[in-house]
Design a protein around this ligand. Structure first.
Ligand code: ATP
Ligand code: MG
Length: 426
């Protein structure tokens, strides 16, 4: 077979989101928008491609993302660019570049969109996946961490998802990490025979990355390793206590997990994950943390920040486990036109109904009436409006109720009153 005749398929790890599943996606996105707005977060949209350097400098050279997972290439002018593997770096770049870091140092943003990582595709792990993320910039208080975390708890409640656990840790600051890294390196060196090659290499540059390793032996060895909580400085301890107090005040249940380190270098202090057992091995549905220092590292003012990202596919998986793949479709009216001559006049009537928010489908009067009725059945129309030249001459339409199997005549100008608008759908 010639190459051009072959059927072209989507690239491995990149999925189509087709109806009816896309309705569930829209529900999640709209609910997130509604909830986040009540906390004052506004949407930010940044480009999908950025300078490779942006991610190398923020996510970190020794992270799995930068070492192995980025889609990086030279653009036509020879500039090294990458498809974004995550959202925070771009948000911070835009916050600085737009001047907001100076004019609106306290900013609340949320974003949604595709991210790209060259990982092994499996359930809950794609190469193009979607995140909804939220960032609170410019606030140092532990109550900022509490606000950020509670936005996701709120979203889960609104989506009626209950089997998700919050795990939190503090990864300390540069001050605590100095002594900690030294001890961790010593520990890893003691076990250097057994740890994987990645951990051997990272050991020197960034030993905390070992906690991110998915290798079973490394995970087991690290059970015995030093944990950061024993090294927290006074300020880090106080900050973590503040976060815990705030969560308790809001009745947000959480578990302390000293092993949460997160796969990005920029985190300091609070790090957290929301996990769901039902997701299997890819069990983190959202994750994030504090990144004081990142804004300064990217050339902005010395301001703190905190945020998280939701893995939308995983959230959808949880919802599908509960409700199935489809949302009940709201009522639809099908227009059957027995003679094509009437089509232009019917087109105008349909337009009026659609402007009133009524969902209308038709086949432009091009099929036989019988075929149109069969199609209305297939589409599960709530009602069929039959309207041809005779009906038009009398200013009337025949409305057939498809559930009750009854029909009656309705004046054309009274049609909108007959059907329910879909505006309040979902
Ligand atoms: P994981 O440990 O599952 O690889 P991560 O630490 O790489 O997650 P983050 O970079 O913090 O994850 O991204 C936040 C969320 O985005 C994750 O909790 C997860 O829900 C989702 N996510 C990350 N990578 C993928 C992927 N390849 N496919 C689908 N969802 C993903
Ligand atoms: Mg990962």
């Amino acid at each position: 077979m010639e190459k051009k005749d072959r059927i072209i398929k989507a690239i491995r790890g990149m999925n189509d989101i087709m109806p009816p599943e896309s309705n569930l996606w829209r529900k999640v996105e709209e609910t997130a928008h509604r909830i986040f707005s009540t906390y004052g977060y506004e949407e930010i949209r940044t480009p999908i491609i950025e300078s490779t350097d942006l991610f190398v400098r923020t996510v970190g050279e020794t992270t799995a993302i930068v070492e192995k997972e980025m889609y990086s290439f030279m653009d036509k002018s020879g500039e090294p660019v990458s498809l974004r593997p995550e959202g925070t770096a771009s948000v911070i770049r835009a916050y600085i570049e737009s001047g907001a870091a100076v004019s609106e140092p306290i900013s609340r943003y949320y974003y949604k969109g595709p991210m790209f990582r060259y990982e092994r595709p499996q359930k809950g792990r794609q190469r193009q996946f979607y995140q909804i993320g939220l960032e609170l910039l410019g606030v140092e208080s532990p109550l900022a961490d509490v606000e950020v975390i509670s936005t996701f708890v709120h979203l889960l409640n609104e989506l009626e998802i209950s089997d998700v656990n919050l795990e939190i840790n503090s990864v300390g600051c540069n001050k605590c990490r100095f002594a900690y890294n030294a001890d961790l390196i010593k520990f890893l060196q003691k076990h250097s025979e057994k740890v994987c090659d990645d951990c051997k290499r990272r050991m020197i540059k960034n030993p905390m990355r070992a906690f991110d390793c998915k290798n079973e032996t490394c995970i087991e060895i690290l059970q015995e390793g030093p944990h950061i909580d024993k090294y927290w400085c006074e300020e880090c301890k106080r900050h973590f206590d503040g976060v815990k107090k705030g969560l308790l005040a809001l009745n947000v249940p959480f578990m302390f997990n000293e092993k949460i380190v997160r796969g990005l270098d920029y985190y300091v202090r609070t790090a957290f994950e929301f996990t769901c057992k039902k997701l299997g091995s890819q069990n983190a549905v959202a994750a994030g943390g504090r990144y004081d220092g990142l804004i300064k590292d990217l050339g902005g003012p010395d301001l703190p920040g905190i945020g998280y990202a939701i893995g939308v596919e995983r959230l959808i998986l949880i919802l599908e486990n509960k409700h199935g793949k489809t949302l009940p479709k709201k009522d639809m009216v099908y227009f059957a036109v027995p003679d094509e001559k009437a089509a232009i006049s019917v087109l105008k009537i349909i337009q009026t109904l659609r402007k009133d928010g009524i969902r209308v489908e038709w086949d432009f009067g091009t099929k036989s009436l019988k075929a149109q009725m069969r199609r209305a059945d297939k589409l599960k129309a709530e009602a069929v409006v039959i309207i041809g030249s005779d009906e038009l001459a009398r200013g009337c339409a025949i409305v057939r109720d498809m559930r009750k199997k009854t029909q009656h005549e309705v004046k054309v100008d009274q049609l909108p009153m007959h059907f329910v608008s879909i505006e309040d759908e979902i």
